[in-house]
Design a binder for this molecule. Structure first.
Ligand code: NDP
Length: 315
């Protein structure tokens, strides 16, 4: 099993982060999640991207423990909820996640959204610095921060964010923001790396949406706002490149992330897709194909606007 573990890259403080992660959001049932984690580990995933909002911290923590894999071989990350940006609240939220996942440290901890109307993300950053200095987190960063939010952090930070986790894929390649990250030693981690949950764009096969589930409610909102938009995984240009390379469209997209120095965190609840998505470290795109994927960018955002998203309901 060890041979196929994904390659890593060094963060600004030298900590090694895997070049691809396992998205932990949007799992319907515990047995499905447990099977996916086992398959993911077998396929080589070691970086698990979580957040209290996904409501899978306890199950992911238990499944990782049950796997018997050494804690030191895993890279476990979670996020600070939007409702906990005050210093004390942030420290408590961190402790809650640690206990929920059954851990004694996190490899990475991120501020989930900047929530600029609350105006407290610098206070939240102080909390992350404190936890980092006390050895409870190996790397700290942010998520959904725009350049202006990062600049505010740079002005007050003792330790700069090592990662910014943002919506990013060939339809929303945010090249300027990625250049800004690279200039400041911030690694880009991509959520919705495959273009987002199919369920956010196409109605669920059952036609039934459980809006009492916060994730399903967010997906329903996204679906309403994006009716009839193109599904990245069905893009014709990507399909042609995939056919030529003998790869799937998902593999072409993930390879584009890797070659663009982006760390994608694709999610699948299906073991066969987790294996398929893992096989992206043994081929390369030609310069021509890489440029063709770059050219698909049309700034198409599916998820919430980082400036407006203040109120994600979190546990
Ligand atoms: P993705 O772009 O990863 O898309 C996942 C969708 O693609 C699922 O519907 C999945 O279906 C499907 N899929 C996966 N692999 C394949 C394949 N090989 N072929 C066809 N379909 C495939 O979007 P996600 O929303 O799932 O995002 C990934 C992760 O990003 C989340 O799990 C979460 O960890 C993180 N995230 C972070 C956010 C943040 O604010 N920081 C916001 C949103 C997400 P199926 O499961 O049925 O295989």
């Amino acid at each position: 099993m060890e041979n196929n573990v994904f390659p890593t890259v060094a963060l600004a403080n030298g900590v090694a982060i895997p070049r691809m992660g396992f998205g932990c959001a949007d799992f319907p049932e515990r047995p499905v999640l447990e099977k996916a984690v086992a398959a993911g580990l077998e396929a080589g995933y070691r970086f698990f991207d979580n957040a209290p909002f996904y409501r899978t911290e306890a199950q992911i923590g238990a499944a990782l423990k049950a796997s018997g894999i050494n804690r030191s071989e895993l890279f476990i990350s979670t996020k600070l909820p939007n409702s906990c940006h005050g210093l004390e609240d942030a420290l408590k939220a961190f402790d809650r996640s640690l206990r929920t996942m059954g851990l004694d440290y996190f490899d990475m901890y991120l501020i989930h959204w900047p929530c600029p109307k609350q105006g407290k993300y610098t206070e939240a950053w102080r909390a992350l610095e404190k936890l980092y200095k006390s050895g409870l987190i190996r790397a700290i960063g942010v998520s959904n921060f725009q350049e202006k939010h990062l600049e505010t952090i740079f002005e007050m930070a003792e330790i700069r964010p090592m990662v910014n986790e943002i919506e990013c894929n060939p339809y929303l390649s945010v090249a300027a923001q990625r250049r800004f990250h690279a200039k400041h030693g911030v690694h880009t981690v991509a959520w919705f790396p495959l273009g987002g949950p199919i369920g956010a764009i196409e109605p669920p096969a059952s036609g039934i949406v459980d809006e009492s589930d916060p994730i399903q409610a967010v997906l329903a909102e996204i679906r309403k706002a994006n009716l009839n938009k193109k599904v990245l995984l069905k893009d014709e240009t990507l399909a042609a490149i995939a056919a030529k390379c003998g790869k799937s469209v998902a593999q072409i997209i993930l390879r584009w992330h890797i070659e663009s120095d982006i760390i994608p965190i694709p999610k699948s609840m299906k073991p066969e897709r987790l294996f398929e998505n893992s096989r992206v470290f043994d081929f390369a795109l030609t310069a021509h194909d890489k440029a063709a994927v770059d050219a698909l960018d049309h700034n198409r955002r599916l998820g919430p606007d980082p400036d407006l998203n203040e109120d994600l309901a979190v546990s």
